[in-house]
Design a protein around this ligand. Structure first.
Ligand code: SF4
Length: 427
């Protein structure tokens, strides 16, 4: 990998971290259902929540679903919340009705919410009870997406972490890719690994229940998303080993991520070069087309998705941006360490949220671009700042070589729009 830029003299792995414990301004973990239900094609996500939860799901989904939907809400009404009805009995009836109507469902997730937590509805026990009733045709599991416990990407983490203890045991040496990527993006990674002779490769989550990976002492796994801390812990408890690497964002991130896996499987350098040379060249060219708009610009990340350190690494090293502050809801050094090693010292690293104090720092720094949640973007735009919605970075396909240019363009677009508006105003 001699043609990759060297790591900085001093990275951010050991940099001091500003820890914030104030008010949070992020979506809850229910949001993850939007991408999880597309990935797991025989799963149904039943949110046990209120009308607010149902509304969030519908509006976050953005579009109506034309086929049979694969998520829904079991509404907790006032009598449930007041403890006047047996919510467990109602839930059982709801699930029976759903499964009788939908024989295509093989996995059912009971998804906890703020209201189900408030009335202390034990969804883990409910899942066990329902599992006994509906196995082996349907597997029932539970996880929480409650806003009191989770930020918007953590819903995927709690979902996958709930799956791990139920996965079969194996002694086979297998690679598991962990994280719900769009199928087309996942297929690109599988094709590259396959061309290097690496395999068998499995995915967590798999597209269908019968393809879920088995886990054991010879399993190695690579994360495709940095927000999977709990899943990472569960896999390690099952004896699997993590291949730590920078995340596959941009040409460098993808190359280093692939290289770490290739090293684990003893892939020779010349084969690695042969497989990666053409897509690397395409990725470099695609990133360069947008890097012109980004070079020399400053960026401030408010904490939202846990993608922030990896994206800051990509934007500073491949696009010439300067990071002012890199905020992340949780900073897991075992997972984010390789990206922090590559992120040159300088930016403030912050963990957690205290939104007022962070906004004060944004206003003081007046960065060229601020990455933040939807609720903060409009007020900041009204103050003349340019923003990027963090949620778009999770909803859009941004991993691996073929998406590297699109990733850079997601950051270039708001800056270009601002420039054009200024030109129009000047005419
Ligand atoms: S889980 Fe909580 S934060 Fe999320 S939509 Fe429901 S009530 Fe709101």
């Amino acid at each position: 990998m001699t043609d990759l830029p060297p790591p900085p003299v001093k990275g951010c792995r050991e940099a001091p971290v500003l820890r914030e414990f104030g008010q949070r301004e992020v979506f809850c973990g229910l949001t993850g259902i939007i991408w999880l239900h597309r990935k797991m094609q025989d799963a149904f996500f039943l949110v046990v929540g209120s009308r607010t939860c149902a509304h969030l799901l519908q509006s976050a989904a953005g579009v109506m679903i034309f086929a049979e939907p694969r998520f829904g809400t079991a509404l907790l009404e006032e009598k449930d919340l007041a403890g006047l009805a047996d919510a467990n009995a109602e839930l059982d009836r709801e699930v029976d009705r759903l499964l009788a109507r939908r024989p295509d469902i093989r996995q059912l997730f009971l998804v906890g919410s703020c209201p189900s937590e408030v009335i202390k509805l034990d969804l883990e026990r409910a899942a066990e009870r329902l599992n006994t009733r509906h196995a082996p045709k349907v597997r029932v599991a539970s996880y929480t997406g409650a806003g009191t416990d989770t930020t918007f990407t953590q819903g995927e983490d709690t979902c996958l972490a709930a799956l791990v203890p139920e996965l079969d045991k194996t002694d086979a040496r297998e690679l598991v890719l962990v994280g719900a990527l769009p199928d087309v993006v996942e297929d690109q990674a599988l094709a590259l690994l396959n061309a290097m002779g690496i395999g068998p490769v499995r995915s967590l989550p798999a597209r269908r229940l019968e393809d879920m990976p088995a886990i054991g002492p010879n399993t190695v796994f690579a994360l495709t998303q940095p927000f999977l801390g709990e899943t990472h812990g569960q896999l390690i408890r099952r004896g699997a080993r993590h291949i730590a690497a920078p995340f596959p964002f941009g040409e460098e991130g993808t190359t280093r991520w692939l290289r770490a896996i290739a090293d684990e499987f003893g892939v020779p350098d010349d084969l690695f070069e042969k497989v990666t040379a053409a897509p690397r060249a395409r990725a470099r060219k695609a990133v360069a087309a947008h890097a012109e708009d980004l070079r020399g610009k400053s960026i401030f990340f408010l904490p939202d998705s846990q993608l922030e350190p990896a994206l800051a690494r990509f934007l500073t090293r491949e696009c010439g941006m300067t990071a002012v502050e890199v905020g992340t809801p949780f900073l897991h050094r075992g997972i984010m360490g390789p990206d922090l090693d590559l992120l040159a010292e300088g930016p403030v690293l912050s963990e957690g949220q205290d939104v007022d104090r962070q906004l004060d720092r944004v206003r003081a720094a007046r960065p060229d671009l601020t990455v933040c949640g939807l609720g903060l973007a409009n007020p900041l735009e009204a103050e003349g700042l340019t923003t990027k919605w963090a949620i778009e970075l999770v909803f859009s396909p941004v991993h691996f070589y073929e998406q590297a240019g699109d990733l850079a363009s997601l950051f270039a677009r708001p800056l270009n729009r601002k420039r054009l508006l200024k030109l129009e105003a000047a005419e």
